[in-house]
Design a protein around this ligand. Structure first.
Ligand code: SAM
Length: 281
């Protein structure tokens, strides 16, 4: 039975390279909605043809999103269902759609995500870099000054940093990253993910720059750059607290061990408790 409902905006993820990377639910939705709002209707035509989807399309791109959002809102208000797709991956992720989704939600119309491919998540999942906390920074500026400023603001961030980058600017961005983050920070270049020439390589930044500079093939296709965050410094106070907690936790429950540590080392109970919890995990 179809789960599609009238007056609903579906945000449908499409493949980032490999045409098979689309869910059955996405295909069914694209077949059943009244209209597909696509970033580039010619580009999306190939995907729709491949899956025998004949739903009419309307273009929604960076330059007409405001006006098209009004048109689509009116159609939704009349009870039609709409699917938003972009050229690749998840709409709104460095792609159009934010204005449409916020407008539609302001009018209390249902917005339903149909999840699937996303270049940054695919790259992160295979990079070998910490994935518990990360920050997606989108595209860096094409201007060196602005790019360096952005990187400098991130230099003390301990999360894994993720950037989309054009292959033409890859070398320049890596050069700036070496200058700002240092040559030893671990980084990953995820290129042509899910495609024939997929290459996912993790090395210290300076080695990655050297490799990319010496092999022009690495400067082709689509790419994601990931940089490990700064390693959090452990202070000598923290070493002492951890040492005491480690001993006490062998005999006492977390709360009691934290309270004793806090009183003996004159630190806050909350700090000692959080550190005790981490040690227990
Ligand atoms: N909405 C898309 C998503 O969900 O990932 C991203 C769209 S953004 C306009 C396009 C950028 O995403 C490319 O310049 C590249 O940085 C990255 N990208 C898209 N497909 C990729 C792929 N197959 N391999 C590596 N990076 C990719």
């Amino acid at each position: 039975m179809s789960e599609n409902q009238a007056a609903t905006l579906y945000i449908v993820a499409t493949p980032i390279g490999n045409l098979s990377d689309i869910s059955q639910r996405a295909i069914d939705t694209l077949k059943e909605v009244d209209v597909i709002a696509a970033e580039d209707t010619r580009h999306s035509g190939t995907l729709l043809q491949h899956y025998s989807i004949s739903t009419p399309m309307i273009s929604v791109h960076e330059h007409n999103e405001q006006q098209r959002s009004e048109v689509l809102l009116a159609r939704l208000q009349q009870g039609e269902s709409v699917a938003l797709i972009s050229d690749a991956g998840t709409p709104l992720i460095s792609d159009p759609g934010y204005r449409l989704v916020s407008l539609v939600r302001e009018h209390d119309i249902r917005v339903v995500p149909i999840p699937g491919s996303c270049a940054l998540i695919s790259a992160l999942s295979a990079s070998g870099l910490p994935s518990d906390r990360f920050s997606f920074e989108g595209f860096l500026s094409s201007k060196q000054g602005a790019r360096q400023q952005t990187l400098e603001a991130l230099v003390n961030d301990s999360r894994t940093l993720i950037f989309y980058e054009s292959p033409r600017r890859l070398q320049a961005s890596l050069t700036d990253m070496v200058a700002v983050f240092g040559k030893d920070r671990t980084a990953c270049l995820a290129r042509e993910v899910t495609k024939l020439h997929e290459t996912i390589t993790t090395k210290p930044l300076a080695d990655l720059l050297e490799w990319v500079s010496s092999d022009s093939n690495q400067q082709r296709g689509e790419c994601v750059l990931l940089v490990e965050g700064i390693k959090e410094q452990v202070t000598s106070d923290e070493i002492e607290i951890n040492h005491m907690l480690t001993i006490l936790l062998k005999e006492l429950p977390v709360k009691k061990a934290a309270a004793v540590t806090a009183s003996l080392l004159d630190v806050s109970k909350n700090t000692a408790y959080d550190m005790a919890l981490k040690l227990k995990q």
